[in-house]
Design a protein around this ligand. Structure first.
Ligand code: DLL
Length: 435
């Protein structure tokens, strides 16, 4: 029997969900119009007042919100409440420019925690589980987001935070961690260290993992499941909308359910901004319909995904989104060809003989874009004959060429030589920008 944290809404008929969304959307638009000058101006420019937004059918008439709006109004200018109503601040790391600051009222923290609690219950978490949180605690939303959600559903939290991998493994062993929450790249690193230290995952109490905060592929899911002897589930979110738990895998692992009573999702063509139907890949756009402090409307995430309204075997009626295929802005353009790091990862891992640790280096030499993929050899392969390795390199290059349409240089590097990450992996080094 599938279990739900909020069964009434998670399995509600679509008409009921949409009715609630219409009510919440019109209230939220009024709130933003009345309290956030940037958004009010944008609505005025579009010739709209809150009275024009009566139901979800009107959503696509509303203007978008962009990350740049948060930067231009740094730190609190997009907030719809005065400081005395705030309970917490988070910020997204942001590799360029100012970081993005987000705020929550007590009510916002409660609904976010409920979203994460629903997610945990959907992957089989129970009150007797030990939820080991290895996402970073602090301004990043990963640590505290999972923490509050696990507490709300009644499990026991182990707030390990990230880092000190040997100690993490010691905690698994001594405290009986049963659900691991961290980035997928860190999960693989933990698996490496376990192997090095001769720790058999079967000797641990781990049964599942909730991995997110960065794109990862189905192949990587299979790899994590095999190496840690767990079920690996995907959890998605972004600070601007709430944090982890905006969407989550259920036990079926067939796409992530969006917590639609709080966050409405649209998929748009990033060029024409037209709303796309189910199944078409485009940019994910979210609208917060129940938040108080920062209820962003039609926020452009730059994440690329598809959605489906097909019923799910778990009984949830919330729409599902696919694993993000990358971000429209981490897309690399190499000699005019669009390349996503996730495509490269799929090719590498489908080879089966290399470890999922790699780095993509892009450069421009004599006005010519070149791409090198450094791939870490597994321990066994490292001892292979040079001839065998050359053969492998050739095969991989040919597969890359057929999938990507360009032929990168493949370089094999020694086991453990690629820098490991305890948070989000940084896999692309684009040196062209430095010139
Ligand atoms: O990464 C929130 C989070 C924490 C999600 C822990 C899941 C687990 P930000 O730092 O604001 O928030 O980064 C948000 O990370 O727009 C995506 O590009 C990417 N991302 C998050 N989850 C996934 C996922 C957190 N499951 C940005 N798959 C988002 C792919 C993801 N990309």
């Amino acid at each position: 029997m599938p279990k739900y944290f909020s069964p009434e809404i998670e399995t509600a008929p679509r008409s009921e969900i949409e009715h609630l969304q219409s009510y919440r959307l019109s209230r939220t638009v009024r709130r933003m119009y009345d309290n956030v000058p940037t958004y009010r101006r944008r609505m005025e420019e579009a010739g709209l007042t809150p009275d024009d937004i009566k139901s979800i059918k009107d959503l696509s008439r509303l203007p978008f919100t962009y990350k740049q709006d948060l930067r231009d109004n740094y730190p609190y200018g997009m907030f719809a409440v005065p400081p005395e109503e705030l309970t917490r601040i988070h910020a997204s790391s942001g590799t360029t420019g100012k970081q993005t600051v987000v705020g929550y009222t007590k009510h916002d923290i409660d609904i976010w925690s409920e979203c994460v609690a629903r997610a945990l219950v959907a992957i089989g978490a129970e009150r007797n589980d030990f939820v080991h949180v290895s996402y970073g605690y602090g301004l990043f939303t990963g640590g505290l987001g999972l923490h509050y959600g696990a507490e709300m559903m009644g499990a026991t939290v182990i707030p390990a935070s990230s880092g000190n991998t040997a100690r993490q493994i010691q905690i698994f062993r001594d405290f009986g961690s049963s659900i691991l929450c961290c980035t997928p790249s860190y999960a693989l690193y933990i698996a490496d260290v376990m192997k090095q230290n001769g720790v058999d995952p079967k000797s641990l109490n781990l049964k599942a993992g909730f991995f997110g905060a960065e794109p990862w592929t189905e192949q990587m899911r299979a790899e994590i499941e095999a190496r840690l002897n767990i079920k690996a589930y995907d959890i998605y979110g972004l600070s601007e909308i709430a944090g982890p738990g905006v969407a989550f895998d259920c036990a079926c692992q067939k796409g992530m359910h969006v917590n639609e009573d709080h966050f409405m999702i649209e998929i748009i063509d990033p060029e024409t901004c037209e709303v796309l139907p189910d199944g078409e890949l485009g940019e994910v756009v979210f609208t917060c319909i129940s938040k108080e402090a920062l209820p962003l409307i039609r926020y452009r995430t730059h994440d690329l995904a598809t959605i489906t309204h097909e019923p799910c075997a778990c009984g949830r009626t919330f729409v599902r989104m696919s694993k993000p295929a990358g971000r429209s802005d981490d897309m690399l353009i190499i000699r005019g060809v669009n390349v996503f790091p996730s495509q490269i990862e799929s090719v590498l891992l489908s080879e089966g003989s290399v470890d999922p640790h790699y780095k993509i280096i892009v450069d421009r030499i004599n006005n010519h874009d070149v791409m090198e993929i450094q791939v870490e050899l597994s321990g066994e392969m490292f001892t292979d004959q040079v001839k065998g390795l050359e053969e492998q390199q050739k095969k991989m290059r040919a597969r890359m060429e057929s999938v990507l349409g360009i032929s990168p240089k493949i370089t094999f590097v020694e086991p453990m030589s690629i820098e490991r990450s305890e948070g989000k992996a940084r896999r692309v080094e684009d040196r062209r920008k430095l010139h």
